[in-house]
Design a protein around this ligand. Structure first.
Ligand SMILES: C[S@@+](CC[C@H](N)C(=O)[O-])C[C@H]1O[C@@H](n2cnc3c(N)ncnc32)[C@H](O)[C@@H]1O
Length: 189
């Protein structure tokens, strides 16, 4: 498909799950609050990779769509969901310039940053719907990815979401962690 697709396919090629089979800690910690806030149970997992967070949400009763550019990652995610009989639909897409055609009660965006996609995510939320965001923060201890624009700047995540009608229910930055991140929970008005 493109360079990102090829690179991630190579990383996901092994039998092991590169990012593990446990959900993101932030998602697991927030899931009860998310379920309380969400008006329904339709979820979208942005850049879902091998599906660890999609699978977790489906086990929690969500009907999940996962989007990613890596056919290899998606094949692993599909196989996993099938083995467990879970309600997941994994779709091969390039999120650059991708139009999110449906609406969702929950959108998760983990370990992936495409700033232009954020307005499309907010537009695709149902009223009262929730976005959970957790990705790498620029910091002296951050592992340096090949593109600096994949890193959030300090204060940026809160600034990006302050532009939308709704409530930032949680935002925090962890600049000295081995993997520095910024995390946010936003609920649309
Ligand atoms: C660090 S992984 C995160 C996977 C998952 N969110 C997680 O936390 O387990 C980044 C993911 O972004 C996907 N990706 C990179 N560029 C993309 C693009 N343009 N469109 C869709 N997915 C993309 C990669 O294939 C990879 O699965």
């Amino acid at each position: 498909m493109n360079d990102d697709s090829t690179r991630w396919d190579e990383r996901y090629r092994g039998a092991e799950f590169l990012l593990g089979t446990e959900p993101s800690r932030f998602l697991a910690e927030r899931i009860e609050e998310v379920k309380r806030l969400c008006p329904g149970r339709k979820a979208l997992d942005i850049a879902c990779g091998e599906g660890r967070n999609s699978i977790f949400l489906a086990r929690q009763g969500f009907s999940v769509t996962g989007l990613d550019i890596s056919p290899v990652g998606l094949a692993k995610a599909r196989g996993w969901a099938e083995r467990e009989g879970l309600d997941c639909d994994f779709r091969l897409v390039n999120l650059e310039n991708y139009r999110i055609a449906e609406t969702y009660d929950l959108i998760i965006n983990f370990n992936f940053l495409l700033r232009d996609l954020i307005p499309r995510e907010v537009a695709a939320l149902t009223q009262g719907g929730v976005i959970l965001f957790d990705t790498i923060l620029e910091s002296p201890t951050a592992p340096v990815p090949h593109r600096k624009d994949f890193l959030l700047q300090p204060g940026e995540l809160a600034r990006l979401f302050a532009a939308y009608p709704g409530t930032i229910r949680y935002v925090a930055e962890f600049p000295v962690d081995p993997n520095p991140t910024a995390k946010l929970l936003f609920q649309k008005a």
